[in-house]
Design a protein around this ligand. Structure first.
Ligand SMILES: Cc1cc2nc3c(=O)[nH]c(=O)nc-3n(C[C@H](O)[C@H](O)[C@H](O)COP(=O)(O)O)c2cc1C
Length: 306
């Protein structure tokens, strides 16, 4: 059996470069990172600070695919050109899957899925006017999978690198379970390489999916890797050693690296978000988690959670 390709899913507000780098220093099994979305910009408005998360100096650990969110074809073209000039990136992913309501309301992210003409224009412009590798990350649709059914055949005309499909509707947010029957149908509708994303929480989840969908080229792990940072190693059959010791070494290292960048309150907020997932790995009860989340002092939080 060949070794699966495992990519870290982009998780906005969580998988920042500090998290990605620390994760990679402590855990194996991940082949590639996709960075959380950044906004497209017009030429001449390149603000370095916005791009800190994908600056090459901050991303030496693994190959990184930057992700862009926007809705104007010319801004995508300007942005990928700027990022290539400034940073040397040649691969870019376009987000048409983010379901958050402010994003959708502005016809961005998953808000683009009911507008196949706009998506096609974006893809036509970026693939036609630049030489770069372009891919899309999508859901089945915003309100209905018919949106994806309409879009996928149109995308077959363009030289996309791959499509990442998270088999839920935007309206579902992260509720319910991925619709694998529609995902199977979508695999038939596209000629592009497919990367699967959604609810791989255990090795068994991965095995079930890999058996049913042998055509999938790579597997994205998001929340599953936060719940169990050893998941990629386990899927690849690697020896994980003493998990608790390794997890807490990672945790300490992450805090040390994050503190100078985010300050005390930013670090505390970030850790609180992560503990919703870490609680599952460490077996923290709901009651203990709630007690932990009520702590307002970073030092106390770290001491109680370590
Ligand atoms: C907090 C959070 C932030 C996310 N941010 C992004 C993002 O920036 N770009 C993107 O394409 N998907 C984003 N996603 C979706 C994930 O990349 C992934 O497709 C989804 O969580 C399903 O995979 P999982 O079950 O392995 O987490 C986000 C999901 C969550 C929960």
């Amino acid at each position: 059996m060949t070794t699966p390709q495992i990519w870290l899913a982009p998780l906005h507000g969580i998988t920042s470069y500090t998290f990605r780098n620390t994760l990679c220093r402590h855990f194996g099994g991940i082949d590639c990172f996709m960075a959380p979305f950044l906004p497209t910009q017009s030429a001449g408005k390149f603000r370095q600070r916005v791009w800190q998360d994908i600056a090459p100096a901050n991303n030496t650990a693994l190959p990184l695919v930057p992700q862009l969110m926007g809705n104007r074809p010319e801004q995508f073209v300007d942005t990928v050109r700027m990022l290539n000039e400034q940073f040397g990136y040649e691969h870019f992913n376009i987000n048409i899957g983010c379901p958050s309501s402010p994003v959708v309301r502005h016809t961005r992210g998953c808000g683009l899925m009911p507008h196949p003409d706009i998506v096609e224009q974006i893809v036509a412009e970026v693939t036609g006017k630049t030489p770069f590798h372009i891919s899309l990350k999508m859901r089945l649709g915003l309100h209905h999978a018919d949106e994806g059914r309409e879009l996928l055949p149109r995308l077959n005309d363009y030289p996309l690198d791959f499509l990442v499909i998270h088999p839920r509707l935007g309206d579902d947010l992260y509720e319910g379970i991925p619709d694998l029957d529609t995902f199977a149908e979508f695999c038939q509708l596209t000629q592009h390489k497919i990367v699967y994303s959604g609810d791989i929480f255990t090795v068994e989840d991965y095995n079930r999916l890999a058996e049913r969908f042998p055509q999938v080229a790579a597997w994205m792990l998001g929340r599953g890797l936060l719940r169990n940072p050893f998941l990629a190693e386990e899927i690849k059959g690697q020896d994980t050693g003493d998990k608790r010791e390794r997890f807490f070494a990672f945790y300490q290292d992450f805090i040390e690296k994050l503190l100078p960048i985010r300050g005390e309150s930013g670090t505390l907020a970030n850790l609180k978000e992560l503990w919703h997932y870490f609680a599952i790995f460490t077996g923290l009860s709901e009651e203990k988690l709630q007690q932990l989340l009520r702590i307002c002092d970073l030092r106390e939080f770290v001491s109680v959670s370590s």
